[in-house]
Design a protein around this ligand. Structure first.
Ligand code: ZN
Length: 158
């Protein structure tokens, strides 16, 4: 849903501000494309991230994953919300790898903002990645494999 910053709650507006502030931590000497993220953990702690590039371009890490790995390292495992900001006037969406990384930790609110406009896109981690491969996929696989194994044992009279 596209909206304006003023339509967000006061907390969410501040979170977007923190994502914009985090852009200044970016190490992006190759693209000059600053990205900032502010992640709200289950206990309310807010952890920021920025994109950090590398001369070996593939080694670059995005702001979203930067925030999440920092949170994970601090012991957090559940998140309530993340705000992400770039300089683009129209809010920019996370890359595919980040969408996958975000959804690993469940369904939570994602706010996409801008340092140069008041435009906002409100979505969720699930909304960003329909038909996602998640931890549930692995759990289902284990369960189904076990059931098939059990059925074949029953059929064979074991
Ligand atoms: Zn990314």
């Amino acid at each position: 849903m596209t909206t304006a910053k003023a339509d967000l709650s006061e907390f969410e507006q501040k979170l977007v501000d923190k994502a914009v502030e985090a852009m200044e931590r970016a190490y992006c000497k190759y693209s000059n494309f600053k990205v900032g993220a502010a992640l709200v953990c289950e206990d309310g702690e807010i952890i920021i991230g920025a994109n950090h590039e590398n001369a070996s371009y593939g080694a670059t890490i995005c702001a979203e994953r930067s925030a999440v790995v920092t949170a994970l390292t601090k012991g957090h495992r559940k998140f309530k919300m993340i705000a992400i900001a770039t300089e683009l006037e129209e809010p920019c969406s996370p890359c595919g790898i980040c969408r996958q990384f975000l959804i690993e930790f469940g369904d939570y609110k994602v706010i996409l903002g801008s340092s140069t406009s008041d435009q906002i896109i409100e979505t969720t981690s699930y909304g960003l990645l329909p038909y996602a491969f998640t931890p549930k996929s692995l759990d289902d696989h284990e369960k189904e494999t076990e059931e098939r194994h059990h059925q074949s044992e029953t059929k064979n009279g074991h």
